[in-house]
Design a protein around this ligand. Structure first.
Ligand SMILES: *Cc1c(COP(=O)(O)O)cnc(C)c1O
Length: 397
């Protein structure tokens, strides 16, 4: 699948016109900074779903393991199996329930499952005999107010309990996810926390202890370290995405930049149209550049009127973004072949993924995870201030 396609790109001698550059050292520095910020007893689960938010799942997971992550998390079972095939041995939690018939695969690959209802166990039993030597490891997901997946009522919980007592089930975790961790008004967050505390009390009625209670993603964990509990699930912050209104002592920097090259430069006349549907009309004579990236690369049409950097200057994306190309208004003539930066710095200027996210009314991770397979990922290690303190987890590779 995507892996083989990526190989074809990277094994040919063709240098791509458009590429995303991932600084693995930055991912490591972010993780080490987060680790140091959190209580020492809190475990760190590195969330590498969606191709590690576009950064490359295997490369990121290996880097996270080197930086001392205790767990990995993905959304779907296929993502977890890819990591196992790549040699990752850390515990992996699948955050979305899998279909019961895939349970044998979860056992084969030693994956932890998210469970949200009794009926799942009932159906799962058709595929897993009770008396096999392998325990099925599960994390129970509580819906405390996000309204997405999870147990909501005491009755749902009570229906689940008998299934948890089976000798081949190991309840490794009990968790929830917040809807408004970044909001200035924390009242809904407090409601969810209260709800989770109540549900934790239900769980204490079980005859066995549960190893990990966890509720915090990046924003909750870094804004309120007291919510860290036994484990935090860190995605966005590891990639350097963190809402600037909550900036505190720890310094996180984005690990991804995105670049292309000018394909063509032309002088257009006053009144000339640019792009589909004549969406842009030149009001004066001007220089227009064409860049070979479009919505099929994940650069959505919502990016119209954002800036790119060409020759160290900002240039506006004008007209409609098409599937493979977009046009920019250049401040002056720039020769074809010149580097274009869509995310990141060039010279004095820089374009942050946060700025782009604000333009499209979304979050940085929507942009990074939307960058498609057609864009080659290149990896570098900027080095610098990281001390090579590689925890013993390195052996986990
Ligand atoms: C994606 C996800 C996370 C990671 O959230 P970030 O805000 O990116 O840190 C944590 N928990 C769950 C349940 C998720 O789906």
């Amino acid at each position: 699948m995507s892996q083989s396609r990526f190989k074809i790109y990277s094994h040919t001698a063709i240098e791509p016109d458009t590429w995303a550059e991932i600084d693995l050292m930055q991912i490591r520095e972010n993780l080490l900074a987060i680790r140091n910020y959190l209580p020492a007893s809190t475990k760190l689960m590195a969330v590498v779903k969606a191709n590690a938010y576009g950064h490359g799942d295997v490369q990121t997971a290996k880097e996270a393991a080197l930086a001392g992550a205790d767990y990995l998390a993905v959304a779907f079972i296929e993502e977890a199996i890819r990591l196992r095939h790549a040699g990752l041995t850390l515990p992996i939690l699948i955050l979305t329930p899998i279909r019961p018939e895939l349970t044998p695969l979860a056992l084969e690959y030693d994956l932890m499952l998210t469970v949200t209802q009794a009926s799942w166990f009932q159906e799962m039993r058709a595929y897993k005999p009770i008396h096999t030597k392998h325990k099925l490891q599960v994390h129970l997901k509580m819906d405390t107010g996000l309204g997405r997946i999870g147990i909501r009522t005491r009755q749902d919980w009570q229906e689940l309990v008998p299934w948890l007592l089976a000798p081949d089930i190991l309840v490794d975790g009990f968790y929830t996810h917040f809807a408004t961790a970044g909001h200035a008004d924390t009242s809904y967050l407090e409601q969810q926390i209260q709800r989770f505390q109540d549900m934790k009390r239900w769980s204490s009625e079980l005859p066995m202890p549960i190893n990990h209670y966890h509720c915090a993603g990046s924003v909750a964990a870094l804004r309120f370290p007291e919510l860290s509990m036994d484990m935090v699930r860190i995605g966005a912050a590891m990639y350097g995405f963190y809402p600037k209104q909550h900036k505190q002592s720890l310094e996180l920097k984005p690990a991804m930049s995105l670049h292309s090259r000018l394909l063509q430069t032309k002088r257009v006349n006053k009144g000339d149209y640019i792009g589909y549907d004549n969406a842009y009309q030149a009001q004066t004579e001007q220089w227009i550049g064409t860049v070979p990236i479009g919505y099929a690369d994940g650069w959505t049409q919502r990016m119209q009127l954002t800036d790119v950097l060409v020759g160290g200057c900002r240039a506006k994306v004008i007209g409609k973004i098409s599937m493979d190309q977009l046009m920019v208004q250049l401040p002056a003539y720039v020769p074809p072949g010149e580097k274009v930066t869509l995310i990141g710095g060039a010279g004095e200027e820089s374009i942050s993924i946060q700025e782009l996210a604000e333009h499209i009314g979304s979050v940085p991770q929507e942009i990074s995870s939307s960058i498609t397979n057609r864009v080659t990922r290149t990896y570098k290690r900027s080095g610098g201030k990281t001390n090579e303190r590689i925890p013993s987890k390195a052996s986990a590779l």
